[in-house]
Write a protein that binds this ligand. Sequence first.
Ligand code: SF4
Ligand code: F3S
Length: 242
Amino acid sequence: MAFFLNNMVSLEYQNSISPEQGEKAFQKLLDTLNTEFILIVDGAISIKDNGLYNVVANYKGKIITGMEAVKMTAEKAKYIIAVGTCASYGGISAASPNEAECRSLKQFLQESGIGKQVIILPGCPGNPDWIIGTIANLIEFGVPELDDEGRPIVFYGTTIHDNCERRSYFDKGIFAEKLDDKECMFKLGCKGPITKVDCPIRRWNDTDNWPVGNNTPCIGCAQKGFAKGIEPFIRLSDIKKN
Ligand code: SF4
Ligand code: F3S
């Protein structure tokens, strides 16, 4: 990560880790608009009440909403990346009742008349490898090969189920009955068969572990429709029956 930040990119603006604060931070973002840059958006875009549910800056007495900031930067960006499931598909933020009227980045840009390509990196949260790998690819080679949703195939080309270490149990029809059993967790609600991403081989915390490896069914956090569209995450009736 340190090599990436020190040698590969110049991180100009990020509202949590920018060294500048307040107006100075937002000025940095405005200055970046006149350069060649990659826009990376995490979180869904709230449009209710003209975006007032998500204020990112107070600049020269004017409130700047996330909606405005995304619009002004997307228009000028060389590449645009949506990081995480909320930016990619709306995710938990856009799940009903969606009080803040959240949109995915792509939907928001389309509705705003900005028809630019958006590379999406869904997952809740995004794995650092997906993010750094995609940015490095953009810098060195341009846009990576994408599927028809805009996901880089190198990370999202296979399902969890394709590479899961419990797959042999599934193929033999041997299923876990409770969460600390070692067999396939399909009957406990695992969404691995419908979730396309490389968690079983990529893993988390510096490749240490991943949900199924930690006895938790995949809840499909990287899949379109997460969260509301792919419930239930676990079928309590199945557990009781067994
Ligand atoms: Fe597939 Fe989930 Fe079973 Fe793994 S635990 S084999 S991903 S259903
Ligand atoms: Fe999410 Fe499933 Fe990977 S829950 S982190 S997509 S294993």
